[in-house]
Design a protein around this ligand. Structure first.
Ligand SMILES: Cc1cc2nc3c(=O)[nH]c(=O)nc-3n(C[C@H](O)[C@H](O)[C@H](O)COP(=O)(O)O)c2cc1C
Length: 187
């Protein structure tokens, strides 16, 4: 079968792309605004370059005129802490995909423990084995309802037992595999 993307509507294009480009890592992004801690998962997410250390994440809208809280917070406050999910916190991550009012915090509502590792970045999810402390870099201009945002990694937390003296890292991330979540394991 050959699919011609010009004949496929938005919903089916999303389904086909997100079930084909697998497995994808999930960025569990923590942002902050007016004292409210926001946390939400995003899988249209990938590293771009190590120099500068940049990642891209594509974030949609809550409604026709309102961006998702994560996007609004990044564009306003220029900071994001990207955490990673593992088998111990994947259920909490799933809860964080529920859309809440902007003044409500997923972290408070779902009782998710966070820690303020760095004063000038949003807190990280305590149960994550690694977290990337990022600053807003730029936005890629793209028509449509999704805004791809480039973030620059400034600092990284990594659990001591997940990194060795040769900078080999072994974290047990959970990723997106079509409709499912799966471990990103070594073969
Ligand atoms: C595994 C997973 C991946 C997701 N990936 C994306 C994504 O790449 N882009 C996006 O806009 N929404 C994505 N979502 C949906 C958002 O998490 C959801 O809209 C969330 O409510 C946004 O929260 P916020 O308004 O607090 O930013 C994903 C949801 C899940 C469960």
């Amino acid at each position: 079968m050959l699919l011609d993307y010009k004949d496929i509507d938005d919903m089916n294009r999303y389904k086909i792309m997100s079930n084909t480009v697998v497995p994808r890592p999930i960025a569990w992004i923590v942002t902050q605004d007016e004292g409210v801690i926001n946390a939400a998962p995003f899988s249209y997410f990938i590293p771009l370059s190590s120099d500068p250390a940049t990642l891209i994440v594509a974030i949609g809208q809550k409604s026709e005129t309102v961006p998702k809280d994560t996007l609004a917070n990044i564009l306003k406050n220029k900071k994001a802490t990207i955490c990673f999910a593992n088998k111990d916190n994947i259920e909490q991550l799933k809860l964080c995909s529920t859309s809440l009012d902007k003044e409500d915090s997923e972290v408070t509502k779902y009782n998710i423990e966070v820690q303020q590792l760095l004063e000038d970045f949003p807190p990280m999810i305590s149960s994550s084995q690694s977290a990337l402390f990022c600053e807003y870099y730029s936005t890629v201009e793209l028509p449509g309802k999704t805004t791809p945002v480039i973030l620059e990694i400034k600092k990284q937390f990594i659990q001591d037992d997940k990194i060795d003296e040769n900078q080999h890292i072994q974290i047990e991330n959970i990723g997106r595999n079509g409709a499912f979540f799966s471990a990103m394991v070594k073969l």
